[in-house]
Design a protein around this ligand. Structure first.
Ligand code: HGY
Ligand code: MN
Ligand code: MN
Length: 341
C-alpha cells in the first residue's frame, strides 16, 4: 500500500472539476472523467474491469470477488477531497494488497445513492461490502482516535416545499396588499430549524432556495426550498416530517451495520494495536443502501480534522490516519474473504 499514491490520486480526482473544491456532480462529464481515471487504476492493479448498466464501475480480482469494497466518486458542489473519493482509491489499494475481493465506485451517491440503489434492485449483490469514508464529523478528532467503526446509519428524508405568492412591484405595492412568497418561506425555514431542535437527535437543513422571478425590485411570486431531515430512528424522522409538513421525495430508513463486519473491523483494528471507537453515522452512505438490501455491510471511518468539516474544501484527513485505515480495510477484507468472519 502506498499512501503517497493514494494522496496523488486524490489530488488527480480533486483537479477534475476545477473551481473551488471538488465539483463532480451526478450526472456530469466530471463524474465520468473520475470513473475513467479510476478504471485505469483498476486495470493497473490487474483487476478485471466492468461497468454495469447503471454506470457503476467494478474491478474484480480472481479470488472471492463477491466481497466488495468501495464508495462513490460524485461530489456535492465545492465538496471536499476525501468524501467518496478516499473510499474508492483506498478500495483499489486494499483489493491489491489483500489479493482478493472487488473494488467498486457507485454513481450518484450525493443525489440519493442512485447507483447502489439500482445495483440492489436489478443486479446480483455482493455477499459483503466494506466502505472506508472520512467521518465528516468531530467525534474521532474529539476522542483523539484515528479510526471509527460505524454501528448504524441515520435515516433521512429529502423533499421540497413550494410557496406561491403574487409577484408585484417592490415600490408601488403597499405592504398590506402583498403576497410575498419569500416571507412565507422564511417563516417555514425557521419552523424547520425549530422542529429539529425539539426532537432529540434530529437534524434538518434547508440547503436550496429558488426565488422567482428573482429580481431585487420584484416581490417574490414563487419560492421553492429543499428540506433534508435526519434522525436516529423512524419514529423521530416521522415526528420532524409531520411538524414541518413535508412530503418526502427520497427516504432511507435508519439501518444497522452488520455484526459480522463490525466484529471483523474491530478485530483487525485490535490486532494492529490501534485505537478506535464505535459510532453512528449522521451522513447517508452507499453502505446503508446495501445493508437495507440485506448485504453484510460495514463502514470504517477515518478521523476528520479541522473540526470534522465536510461538504467543504476544508475537509481533511492525515496521511498517517489514512495509512492506518487502508491497512485495516485490507486486513478486514481478507478476514471476510477467508471466511474467518
Ligand atoms: O448527504 C449525505 O449524507 C451524504 O453525504 N450523501
Ligand atoms: Mn460520501
Ligand atoms: Mn457527501
Amino acid at each position: 500500500m502506498s499512501v503517497e499514491r493514494i494522496f496523488e490520486r486524490l489530488e488527480e480526482l480533486y483537479a477534475i472539476g476545477g473551481e473551488t473544491g471538488a465539483n463532480r456532480p451526478h450526472p456530469s462529464p466530471e463524474e465520468d472523467a473520475a470513473h475513467e481515471l479510476a478504471a485505469g487504476w483498476l486495470r493497473e492493479a490487474g483487476l478485471a474491469v466492468e461497468v454495469d448498466d447503471h454506470g457503476n464501475l467494478l474491478g474484480r480480482s480472481r479470488e472471492r470477488e463477491d466481497v466488495w469494497v468501495g464508495s462513490h466518486l460524485d461530489t456535492v458542489p465545492q465538496g471536499g477531497k476525501f468524501d467518496g473519493a478516499l473510499g474508492v482509491v483506498a478500495a483499489i489499494e486494499a483489493v491489491e494488497q489483500a489479493g482478493c475481493g472487488s473494488a467498486v465506485a457507485f454513481r450518484g451517491e450525493e443525489v440519493g445513492c442512485i447507483g447502489s440503489r439500482a445495483l440492489c434492485r436489478y443486479e446480483e449483490v455482493p455477499s459483503a461490502f466494506l466502505e472506508l469514508h472520512i467521518e465528516q464529523g468531530p467525534t474521532l478528532e474529539r476522542a483523539g482516535v484515528p479510526l471509527g467503526v460505524v454501528t448504524s446509519i441515520v435515516g433521512y428524508v429529502r423533499g421540497e416545499l413550494v410557496f406561491e405568492g403574487r409577484a408585484g412591484h417592490a415600490g408601488t405595492t403597499p405592504m398590506r396588499d402583498r403576497e410575498d412568497a419569500l416571507v412565507e418561506a422564511a417563516i417555514e425555514i425557521l419552523r424547520v430549524r425549530d422542529a429539529a431542535l425539539e426532537v432529540e437527535g434530529a437534524v434538518a437543513t434547508v440547503g436550496e432556495l429558488d426565488v422567482e422571478p428573482g429580481a431585487g425590485n420584484v416581490i417574490p411570486g414563487r419560492v421553492r426550498l429543499s428540506v433534508d431531515v435526519r434522525a436516529p430512528d423512524s419514529e423521530r424522522l416521522d415526528d420532524v416530517i409531520a411538524r414541518v409538513g413535508l412530503k418526502p421525495a427520497h427516504r432511507a430508513e435508519p439501518v444497522a451495520m452488520s455484526e459480522r463486519c463490525r466484529a471483523a473491523l474491530n478485530d483487525e483494528i485490535a490486532s494492529r494495536g490501534l485505537q478506535s471507537v464505535e459510532l453512528p453515522s449522521g451522513a447517508g452512505h452507499d453502505a446503508g443502501i446495501l445493508a437495507a438490501a440485506g448485504v453484510d455491510a460495514g463502514m470504517l471511518f477515518v478521523r476528520s480534522l479541522n473540526g470534522g468539516v465536510s461538504h467543504s474544501p476544508d475537509e481533511l484527513s492525515s496521511r498517517e490516519d489514512v495509512a492506518f485505515a487502508v491497512d485495516v480495510l485490507a486486513g478486514t477484507l481478507r478476514r471476510l474473504a477467508s471466511g474467518s468472519f
